[in-house]
Ligand binder design. Structure first.
Ligand code: ASP
Length: 343
Protein backbone atom coordinates (compact mmCIF):
# COMPACT_ATOMS: atom_id res chain seq x y z
CA UNK A 1 0.00 0.00 0.00
CA UNK A 2 1.36 3.41 -0.93
CA UNK A 3 1.91 5.93 1.83
CA UNK A 4 0.23 9.28 1.92
CA UNK A 5 1.85 12.28 3.55
CA UNK A 6 0.44 15.68 4.37
CA UNK A 7 2.82 18.65 4.33
CA UNK A 8 1.67 21.45 6.60
CA UNK A 9 3.36 24.68 5.65
CA UNK A 10 3.41 27.32 8.38
CA UNK A 11 6.23 29.53 7.07
CA UNK A 12 9.85 30.01 8.13
CA UNK A 13 13.09 30.47 6.22
CA UNK A 14 12.55 27.33 4.14
CA UNK A 15 9.87 29.19 2.20
CA UNK A 16 11.18 32.74 2.38
CA UNK A 17 12.48 35.14 -0.22
CA UNK A 18 14.02 38.58 -0.10
CA UNK A 19 11.65 41.51 0.01
CA UNK A 20 12.68 43.63 -2.97
CA UNK A 21 12.16 46.89 -1.09
CA UNK A 22 13.85 46.12 2.24
CA UNK A 23 16.09 43.13 1.57
CA UNK A 24 14.61 41.34 4.63
CA UNK A 25 13.46 37.74 4.36
CA UNK A 26 9.68 37.33 4.24
CA UNK A 27 7.58 34.15 3.81
CA UNK A 28 6.11 33.40 0.38
CA UNK A 29 3.38 31.06 -0.87
CA UNK A 30 4.01 27.36 -0.66
CA UNK A 31 3.22 26.90 -4.34
CA UNK A 32 6.54 28.55 -5.12
CA UNK A 33 8.29 26.28 -2.63
CA UNK A 34 7.09 23.21 -4.52
CA UNK A 35 8.47 24.68 -7.74
CA UNK A 36 11.87 24.70 -6.05
CA UNK A 37 11.66 21.02 -5.12
CA UNK A 38 10.73 19.09 -8.26
CA UNK A 39 12.10 16.00 -6.45
CA UNK A 40 8.79 15.86 -4.55
CA UNK A 41 7.15 14.52 -7.69
CA UNK A 42 9.53 11.55 -7.65
CA UNK A 43 8.14 10.03 -4.46
CA UNK A 44 5.94 7.10 -5.40
CA UNK A 45 3.30 8.04 -2.88
CA UNK A 46 0.78 10.78 -2.33
CA UNK A 47 2.03 14.09 -0.97
CA UNK A 48 -0.60 16.73 -0.35
CA UNK A 49 -0.07 20.21 0.99
CA UNK A 50 -2.01 22.50 3.27
CA UNK A 51 -0.73 25.88 4.23
CA UNK A 52 -1.37 28.59 6.79
CA UNK A 53 -3.49 31.20 5.01
CA UNK A 54 -0.69 33.64 5.76
CA UNK A 55 2.66 31.87 6.29
CA UNK A 56 4.58 33.35 9.20
CA UNK A 57 8.09 33.82 10.48
CA UNK A 58 8.13 31.47 13.46
CA UNK A 59 8.90 34.37 15.79
CA UNK A 60 5.22 35.23 15.30
CA UNK A 61 4.07 31.76 16.44
CA UNK A 62 1.64 31.82 19.35
CA UNK A 63 -0.95 29.59 20.99
CA UNK A 64 -3.36 30.17 18.09
CA UNK A 65 -0.71 28.92 15.65
CA UNK A 66 -0.34 25.72 17.69
CA UNK A 67 -4.11 25.28 17.69
CA UNK A 68 -4.08 25.68 13.91
CA UNK A 69 -1.32 23.10 13.49
CA UNK A 70 -3.07 20.68 15.86
CA UNK A 71 -6.37 21.14 13.98
CA UNK A 72 -4.69 20.52 10.64
CA UNK A 73 -3.37 17.21 11.96
CA UNK A 74 -6.69 16.36 13.63
CA UNK A 75 -8.96 16.90 10.62
CA UNK A 76 -6.59 15.02 8.35
CA UNK A 77 -5.56 12.32 10.83
CA UNK A 78 -7.49 9.43 9.29
CA UNK A 79 -6.58 10.33 5.71
CA UNK A 80 -2.77 10.36 5.92
CA UNK A 81 -0.04 8.05 7.20
CA UNK A 82 2.20 10.88 8.34
CA UNK A 83 2.56 14.63 8.68
CA UNK A 84 5.49 16.94 7.98
CA UNK A 85 5.23 20.43 9.44
CA UNK A 86 7.39 23.05 7.73
CA UNK A 87 8.23 25.64 10.35
CA UNK A 88 10.78 28.36 11.05
CA UNK A 89 13.67 27.27 13.22
CA UNK A 90 13.41 30.07 15.79
CA UNK A 91 10.47 28.59 17.71
CA UNK A 92 10.39 25.10 16.24
CA UNK A 93 11.42 23.54 19.56
CA UNK A 94 8.53 25.32 21.31
CA UNK A 95 6.00 24.23 18.69
CA UNK A 96 7.25 20.64 18.60
CA UNK A 97 7.06 20.53 22.41
CA UNK A 98 3.57 22.06 22.49
CA UNK A 99 2.23 19.72 19.82
CA UNK A 100 3.74 16.71 21.60
CA UNK A 101 1.36 17.37 24.49
CA UNK A 102 -1.63 18.61 22.49
CA UNK A 103 -1.68 15.55 20.20
CA UNK A 104 -2.58 12.90 22.76
CA UNK A 105 -1.95 9.24 21.96
CA UNK A 106 -0.49 9.97 18.59
CA UNK A 107 -0.05 6.82 16.50
CA UNK A 108 1.34 8.53 13.40
CA UNK A 109 4.49 10.55 12.72
CA UNK A 110 4.47 14.34 12.99
CA UNK A 111 7.87 15.55 11.77
CA UNK A 112 8.86 19.19 12.13
CA UNK A 113 11.48 20.52 9.77
CA UNK A 114 12.65 23.75 8.15
CA UNK A 115 15.94 25.19 7.02
CA UNK A 116 18.64 27.74 7.71
CA UNK A 117 18.78 28.92 4.08
CA UNK A 118 15.70 29.52 1.89
CA UNK A 119 14.87 26.67 -0.46
CA UNK A 120 15.39 28.96 -3.44
CA UNK A 121 19.10 29.42 -2.58
CA UNK A 122 21.66 27.21 -4.27
CA UNK A 123 23.25 26.08 -1.00
CA UNK A 124 19.93 25.49 0.75
CA UNK A 125 19.68 22.85 3.44
CA UNK A 126 15.90 22.88 2.96
CA UNK A 127 15.70 20.28 0.20
CA UNK A 128 17.45 17.55 2.11
CA UNK A 129 15.57 18.36 5.30
CA UNK A 130 12.25 18.22 3.49
CA UNK A 131 12.94 15.07 1.49
CA UNK A 132 14.29 13.06 4.43
CA UNK A 133 11.45 14.26 6.68
CA UNK A 134 8.98 12.90 4.14
CA UNK A 135 10.84 9.57 4.07
CA UNK A 136 10.71 9.39 7.87
CA UNK A 137 7.02 10.31 7.97
CA UNK A 138 6.33 7.53 5.45
CA UNK A 139 8.47 4.83 7.09
CA UNK A 140 6.48 1.76 8.09
CA UNK A 141 7.38 -1.47 9.81
CA UNK A 142 5.10 -4.47 10.27
CA UNK A 143 2.21 -2.45 8.86
CA UNK A 144 2.47 0.53 11.24
CA UNK A 145 4.34 3.81 11.27
CA UNK A 146 7.84 3.55 12.66
CA UNK A 147 7.55 6.99 14.30
CA UNK A 148 4.40 7.56 16.35
CA UNK A 149 5.28 10.83 18.03
CA UNK A 150 6.23 14.45 17.37
CA UNK A 151 9.84 14.82 16.31
CA UNK A 152 12.23 17.28 14.68
CA UNK A 153 14.34 16.31 11.67
CA UNK A 154 17.18 18.67 10.86
CA UNK A 155 20.57 18.20 9.16
CA UNK A 156 20.76 14.40 9.37
CA UNK A 157 19.43 14.30 12.92
CA UNK A 158 16.09 13.00 14.11
CA UNK A 159 15.20 14.11 17.61
CA UNK A 160 12.18 13.76 19.90
CA UNK A 161 10.49 17.15 19.44
CA UNK A 162 10.12 18.00 23.11
CA UNK A 163 13.83 17.34 23.72
CA UNK A 164 15.05 19.84 21.15
CA UNK A 165 16.56 23.27 21.53
CA UNK A 166 17.79 25.62 18.80
CA UNK A 167 21.38 26.21 19.78
CA UNK A 168 23.02 27.48 16.60
CA UNK A 169 21.99 30.38 14.38
CA UNK A 170 24.79 29.87 11.88
CA UNK A 171 25.40 26.18 11.23
CA UNK A 172 23.06 23.96 9.28
CA UNK A 173 23.19 21.77 12.36
CA UNK A 174 20.86 24.09 14.31
CA UNK A 175 19.28 21.81 16.91
CA UNK A 176 20.46 19.78 19.82
CA UNK A 177 18.83 17.25 22.08
CA UNK A 178 21.28 17.33 24.95
CA UNK A 179 19.52 14.91 27.28
CA UNK A 180 18.31 12.27 24.85
CA UNK A 181 20.19 10.71 21.96
CA UNK A 182 18.79 10.87 18.43
CA UNK A 183 15.89 8.61 17.47
CA UNK A 184 17.78 7.32 14.44
CA UNK A 185 21.23 7.20 12.84
CA UNK A 186 20.92 8.81 9.46
CA UNK A 187 23.41 8.19 6.68
CA UNK A 188 22.99 6.07 3.59
CA UNK A 189 20.40 4.15 5.59
CA UNK A 190 18.07 5.32 8.32
CA UNK A 191 18.59 3.08 11.35
CA UNK A 192 15.85 3.75 13.87
CA UNK A 193 16.48 3.23 17.56
CA UNK A 194 13.29 1.27 18.09
CA UNK A 195 13.75 0.89 21.85
CA UNK A 196 13.57 4.69 22.24
CA UNK A 197 10.42 5.24 20.19
CA UNK A 198 7.13 6.12 21.89
CA UNK A 199 3.90 4.22 21.43
CA UNK A 200 0.36 5.42 22.27
CA UNK A 201 -1.62 3.92 25.13
CA UNK A 202 -5.13 4.92 24.04
CA UNK A 203 -7.16 6.53 21.30
CA UNK A 204 -5.87 9.63 19.52
CA UNK A 205 -7.37 12.91 20.72
CA UNK A 206 -6.42 16.56 20.60
CA UNK A 207 -6.28 18.99 23.51
CA UNK A 208 -6.39 22.46 22.02
CA UNK A 209 -6.42 24.57 25.16
CA UNK A 210 -3.15 25.98 26.38
CA UNK A 211 -2.98 28.36 29.33
CA UNK A 212 -1.09 31.61 28.92
CA UNK A 213 -1.11 32.40 32.64
CA UNK A 214 2.55 31.57 32.94
CA UNK A 215 5.95 33.25 33.08
CA UNK A 216 9.64 32.43 33.06
CA UNK A 217 11.80 33.70 35.88
CA UNK A 218 15.47 33.30 35.12
CA UNK A 219 17.77 33.57 38.09
CA UNK A 220 20.96 35.60 37.57
CA UNK A 221 23.57 37.11 39.90
CA UNK A 222 22.30 40.50 41.02
CA UNK A 223 18.59 39.76 40.46
CA UNK A 224 16.51 42.33 42.36
CA UNK A 225 13.46 41.99 44.63
CA UNK A 226 11.72 44.54 42.41
CA UNK A 227 11.98 42.29 39.35
CA UNK A 228 10.98 39.13 41.18
CA UNK A 229 7.96 40.69 42.88
CA UNK A 230 6.88 42.29 39.60
CA UNK A 231 6.88 38.90 37.86
CA UNK A 232 5.29 37.03 40.76
CA UNK A 233 2.68 39.76 41.10
CA UNK A 234 1.50 39.45 37.49
CA UNK A 235 -2.32 39.41 37.66
CA UNK A 236 -3.78 35.96 36.91
CA UNK A 237 -0.42 34.20 36.99
CA UNK A 238 -0.85 30.45 37.73
CA UNK A 239 2.55 28.96 37.05
CA UNK A 240 6.16 29.91 36.45
CA UNK A 241 9.20 28.15 35.13
CA UNK A 242 12.11 29.03 37.39
CA UNK A 243 15.39 28.76 35.49
CA UNK A 244 18.11 28.10 38.03
CA UNK A 245 21.84 27.42 38.12
CA UNK A 246 23.39 23.97 37.79
CA UNK A 247 21.38 21.19 39.40
CA UNK A 248 18.58 23.54 40.46
CA UNK A 249 20.30 26.10 42.66
CA UNK A 250 19.32 29.68 43.48
CA UNK A 251 20.69 32.40 45.77
CA UNK A 252 19.77 31.82 49.42
CA UNK A 253 18.65 35.44 49.92
CA UNK A 254 15.81 35.54 52.40
CA UNK A 255 13.78 37.95 50.29
CA UNK A 256 13.86 35.58 47.30
CA UNK A 257 12.84 32.50 49.25
CA UNK A 258 10.08 34.46 51.07
CA UNK A 259 8.75 35.89 47.81
CA UNK A 260 8.59 32.43 46.26
CA UNK A 261 7.10 30.89 49.43
CA UNK A 262 4.39 33.51 49.58
CA UNK A 263 3.56 33.04 45.89
CA UNK A 264 3.38 29.25 46.30
CA UNK A 265 1.18 29.59 49.38
CA UNK A 266 -1.04 31.85 47.29
CA UNK A 267 -1.52 29.02 44.76
CA UNK A 268 1.30 29.62 42.24
CA UNK A 269 3.02 26.58 40.73
CA UNK A 270 6.80 26.97 40.48
CA UNK A 271 8.65 24.52 38.24
CA UNK A 272 12.43 24.40 38.61
CA UNK A 273 14.56 23.63 35.55
CA UNK A 274 18.27 24.15 35.01
CA UNK A 275 19.65 26.82 32.74
CA UNK A 276 22.39 24.32 31.76
CA UNK A 277 21.81 22.60 28.45
CA UNK A 278 22.63 19.16 29.74
CA UNK A 279 21.85 17.44 33.02
CA UNK A 280 19.00 17.71 35.47
CA UNK A 281 17.57 19.41 38.53
CA UNK A 282 18.17 17.62 41.80
CA UNK A 283 16.66 19.71 44.56
CA UNK A 284 18.37 19.16 47.90
CA UNK A 285 21.74 18.19 46.44
CA UNK A 286 23.16 21.56 47.49
CA UNK A 287 22.05 23.80 50.31
CA UNK A 288 21.20 26.37 47.63
CA UNK A 289 18.30 24.25 46.45
CA UNK A 290 17.14 22.76 49.74
CA UNK A 291 15.03 25.82 50.58
CA UNK A 292 13.35 25.65 47.17
CA UNK A 293 12.35 22.08 47.85
CA UNK A 294 11.10 22.93 51.34
CA UNK A 295 8.80 25.70 50.13
CA UNK A 296 7.19 23.47 47.50
CA UNK A 297 9.03 24.24 44.27
CA UNK A 298 8.53 21.34 41.83
CA UNK A 299 11.68 19.78 40.34
CA UNK A 300 11.61 19.67 36.54
CA UNK A 301 14.25 16.92 36.07
CA UNK A 302 15.97 17.28 32.69
CA UNK A 303 13.27 19.14 30.75
CA UNK A 304 14.28 21.86 28.31
CA UNK A 305 12.82 25.31 28.78
CA UNK A 306 10.61 24.69 25.74
CA UNK A 307 9.31 21.37 27.07
CA UNK A 308 8.77 22.76 30.59
CA UNK A 309 6.98 25.91 29.51
CA UNK A 310 4.60 24.22 27.09
CA UNK A 311 3.92 21.36 29.55
CA UNK A 312 2.87 23.93 32.12
CA UNK A 313 0.62 25.62 29.55
CA UNK A 314 -0.95 22.27 28.64
CA UNK A 315 -1.48 21.00 32.19
CA UNK A 316 -2.83 24.29 33.52
CA UNK A 317 -5.42 24.31 30.75
CA UNK A 318 -6.31 20.66 31.29
CA UNK A 319 -6.55 20.39 35.07
CA UNK A 320 -8.11 22.97 37.35
CA UNK A 321 -6.57 21.55 40.51
CA UNK A 322 -3.07 22.50 41.41
CA UNK A 323 -2.05 19.16 42.99
CA UNK A 324 -2.84 17.33 39.76
CA UNK A 325 -0.79 19.79 37.71
CA UNK A 326 2.16 19.54 40.12
CA UNK A 327 2.00 15.75 40.08
CA UNK A 328 1.73 15.55 36.26
CA UNK A 329 4.61 17.98 35.79
CA UNK A 330 6.87 15.33 37.32
CA UNK A 331 5.44 12.46 35.25
CA UNK A 332 7.03 11.49 31.95
CA UNK A 333 4.06 12.18 29.65
CA UNK A 334 5.63 12.20 26.17
CA UNK A 335 9.25 11.30 26.72
CA UNK A 336 10.05 14.90 27.69
CA UNK A 337 11.82 14.01 30.92
CA UNK A 338 13.91 11.25 32.35
CA UNK A 339 12.75 9.77 35.62
CA UNK A 340 15.89 9.18 37.60
CA UNK A 341 16.32 6.75 40.37
CA UNK A 342 19.46 7.80 42.16
CA UNK A 343 19.33 4.98 44.65
N1 ASP B 1 13.19 33.66 11.57
C1 ASP B 1 13.04 32.39 10.89
C2 ASP B 1 11.87 31.65 11.51
O1 ASP B 1 12.01 31.07 12.55
C3 ASP B 1 14.29 31.58 10.99
C4 ASP B 1 14.21 30.22 10.35
O2 ASP B 1 13.25 29.78 9.80
O3 ASP B 1 15.23 29.55 10.38
O4 ASP B 1 10.80 31.65 10.95
Amino acid sequence: MNSSILLIYTGGTIGMMEDAATGSLIPFDFGALQDHVPELKRFNFTIDVVSFAEPIDSSDVDVVSWQQMASMVEVNYDHYDGFVILHGTDTMAYSASALSYMLENLAKPVVFTGSQLPIGKLRTDGKENLITSIEIAAARRNGTSVIQEVCVYFEYKLFRGNRTHKYNTENFDAFESANLSGLADIGIHIFYHHALLLRPSGAFSVEKNMSRDIAVLKIFPGITPLLVTAILGTPGLRGIVLETYGSGNAPRDKWLISALREAIQGGLIVLNITECNKGFVEQGRYETSTALQQIGVVGGADMTIEAALTKLMYLLAKYPDRERVEEQLQVNLRGELTTFSLL
